[in-house]
Design a protein around this ligand. Structure first.
Ligand code: CAO
Length: 427
């Protein structure tokens, strides 16, 4: 029998935008009951951001909030505070990614949470950990810049670059999810919850470890595997931008394929792995390089990588990127076509694997989203649509919290849930 791995775990989801919602969506996919708390009448700001369909929740929101329930609750209203505290008592985990101090200002300090529920795991994403910037608000690209990614991304003669992969937000959300399940595992032995903090700067820096490695290697001489070395350009005192250089010991580069003049993605990433060198020489029509001391060994090639990749490119330009892949793969030459989002969205095998999923939504109709990137044999993931704002307020008050009709009526009357009274909404 298959069950969801996190069935029975209840998450109080106070997250918004991207980093926190990534985390709670993952936990929901694994079977946790995720109750998303949103401000009445407003909700998660991303519901209305980058809208493509008028009046419908944006793709930004829907793609980050699948498999969750939504309750609208004004946590600054006295009745709302009571409801929130009741939720803290019955949930296993509280996840939030507000600006530093916001939860304390609501009266939900770590001390208060422990009083209410000693088993509670209280998990936060913040831009920075303790230090000079701990009070700062942070978005994705700020984290990429302060975590070492931007200074090491891009070309040598260009400015620092941010990447399309959301390593600050989604990357940190993944870290937080791991912290949460680890804390839940620990709670099994100790009976107590704990605080879990995943700072975005730390998450990005962690993903940039090879660049910190290179920073230290610089003290012992030039980084010979960077193509900059072969071009005779001296290194400064910090890890440089490496263009499309490989981050590891096997040189690689992005090179053109047939059709590159008109197709911005007619390129392939090509790796000259040492073991595959003889096969590469044969396939590109340079069999003499196999025995030429100038080219035969990885060390000998280091100062002429640009020429090596230009020569490989003369061959790849005669094939489309998929033909390059088809020819090289059987020869164990590692390479990968540059796939556009259009190609990925249309790729049948990604649909079959549940990596890209089509979801139906009452307001916006069908759309594509990413499925769970982790596949577990006994905990299958079924992606269900994101909740409408406050869609589950009544069911959470009645079924989860067990409030009676009179109590629910009082809560609604107070403006703690649902659409707030006009004066309060205008605050
Ligand atoms: N009821 C009442 N008030 C609520 C509420 C609710 N249900 N939900 C949120 N609020 C309030 C908060 O209490 C806060 O009020 P105070 O400032 O008075 O304490 C206010 O709404 C806004 O919270 P915020 O400051 O977190 O939101 P923001 O839009 O100004 O900032 C962000 C957004 C992301 C920059 C900030 O939350 C942040 O730095 N978070 C940590 C880092 C992070 O996760 N960044 C990634 C975001 S994805 O790119």
């Amino acid at each position: 029998m298959t069950t969801k791995a996190l069935e029975g775990v209840r998450i109080l989801d106070f997250t918004h935008v991207q980093s926190g919602p990534t985390c709670t969506q993952l936990l929901a996919w694994f079977g946790a009951d995720v109750i998303k708390v949103e401000r009445p009448g407003v909700g998660d700001a991303t519901r209305g951001q980058l809208r493509d369909v008028p009046d419908a929740d944006s793709l930004y929101f829907t793609m980050l909030n699948h498999n969750k329930r939504s309750i609208t609750l004004n946590s600054k209203n006295p009745k709302g505070k009571e409801v929130l505290e009741d939720l803290v008592k019955i949930c296993d985990v509280l996840v939030e990614n507000f600006a530093p101090g916001a939860l304390d200002r609501m009266g939900l300090t770590w001390e208060r949470i422990q009083e209410l529920n000693p088993g509670m795991v209280y998990a936060s994403v913040k831009g920075f950990g303790p230090g000079p910037y701990e009070d700062c608000k942070v978005y994705e690209n700020v984290a990429q810049c302060t975590g070492g990614s931007a200074s090491t991304t891009g070309f040598l003669d260009g400015p620092p670059l941010v990447t399309g992969a959301q390593i600050g937000d989604t990357g940190t959300g993944l870290n937080l999810a791991l912290g949460i399940v680890t804390a839940l595992y620990h709670r099994e032995q100790t009976g107590r919850g704990q605080r879990v903090l995943a700072p975005m700067q730390d998450g990005v820096l962690n993903l940039c470890r090879v660049k910190l490695r290179d920073q230290q290697r610089l003290a012992h001489g030039p980084l010979k595997e960077y193509s900059q070395h072969g071009r005779g350009i001296e290194f400064g005192d910090a890890t440089p931008r490496g263009g499309n250089d490989s981050g590891g010991g096997q040189p690689g580069w992005i090179i053109k394929c047939k059709g590159w003049e008109n197709d911005p993605n007619a390129y392939v990433y090509f790796i000259t792995q040492a073991a595959a060198w003889p096969a590469i020489c044969d396939v590109i029509g340079k069999p003499e390089w196999k025995d030429d001391p100038e080219y035969a060994t990885p060390d000998a090639r280091l100062d002429k990588l640009t020429h090596v990749f230009e020569t490989i490119e003369d061959w790849t330009k005669t094939k489309n990127k998929f033909e390059v892949m088809d020819i090289c793969n059987p020869l164990n030459i590692p390479c990968g076509p540059i796939l556009s989002m259009k190609e990925l969205a249309e790729e049948p095998s990604l649909r079959e694997a549940g990596t890209i999923v089509e979801v139906d939504h009452p307001e916006r109709g069908k759309y594509l989203t990413v499925g769970c990137p982790i596949k577990m044999s006994n905990s299958p993931v079924e992606v269900t649509r994101s909740p409408l704002l406050g869609e589950h307020t009544d069911e959470i008050l009645a079924e989860v919290l067990g409030y009676g009709e009179t109590e629910v009526g009082e809560i609604k009357q107070s403006g703690a849930v649902g659409t707030p009274p006009k004066a309060e909404a205008a605050e």
